[in-house]
Design a protein around this ligand. Structure first.
Ligand code: CA
Length: 226
């Protein structure tokens, strides 16, 4: 598997190239956007690790040009700041995933492997119920075509409910899957999160999709008329 790294910071670039090589990949390094673009278009890479702030061409321009030329290789975007606009912009330009600097190499490696498993064709993965859609790749949720902004936790919660729609999910399961914690009956973190999610995806729409099953948990489904 061949990976192209485009990163102008010498230390980070060398560190990534060495780490990925040691993990068994063939890794090339470009130190500016122009070189990176040239290599990405001419080399036969399986994945691109792309920094945002780059000399000559920035990461967004490189990404745009790559997609414009019809290259479908997965792109993992490195962003220095955890700014929502940057991430959204990257994803809208066709990045498949992003990492915020500083990051642990183990996390980068996990993302790289996940993207490579997903394969070359980055077909949008869409989860859907009624007129509600969740686009996993673009991290975007819409209902009746209207964009709905969710926090990371709300997004994860909705994704879980959608993947297991029609199934009553106990609070303990939601707690362990989304909050990585053991269920503690004193906490109302799940109730609060479900309430916020409902306010965003159900309150101004019909039918209501999230249902509370008393004493059991929550289910996402299209309600059967009584
Ligand atoms: Ca940089």
């Amino acid at each position: 598997m061949k990976i192209l790294i485009v990163e102008d910071e010498q230390k980070t670039g060398d560190y990534l190239k060495q780490g990925l090589s040691e993990a068994g990949f063939v890794a090339d390094l470009a130190r500016d956007g122009l070189d990176g673009l040239h290599l990405a278009l001419t080399g036969d890479y399986d994945l691109l690790v792309l920094d945002v702030m780059l000399p000559k061409l920035d990461g967004w321009q490189v990404l745009q040009e790559i997609r414009h030329k019809g290259k479908q290789l997965p792109v993992l975007f490195l962003t220095a700041r955890d700014q929502v606009e940057d991430r959204v912009k990257g994803l809208e330009y066709g990045a498949d995933d992003y990492l915020v600097k500083p990051f642990a190499f183990s996390e980068l490696l996990a993302r790289v492997r996940a993207l490579l498993r997903r394969g070359r064709t980055s077909e949008p993965e869409l989860l859907q119920i009624a007129d509600l859609e969740l686009d996993l790749l673009r991290r975007r949720v819409t209902r009746t075509g209207k964009r709905i902004d969710l926090t990371a936790k709300e997004f994860a919660l909705l994704e879980l409910l959608l993947r297991r729609q029609g199934e009553v999910l106990p609070r303990s399961l939601i707690a362990s899957q989304i909050w990585d914690m053991n269920f503690d009956s004193d906490t109302n973190v799940i109730e609060v999160a479900v309430r916020r999610l409902r306010a965003k995806i159900d309150d101004s729409f019909e039918p209501k999709l999230i249902r509370t099953v008393r004493g059991m948990g929550y289910v996402l489904e299209i309600p059967v008329p009584e």
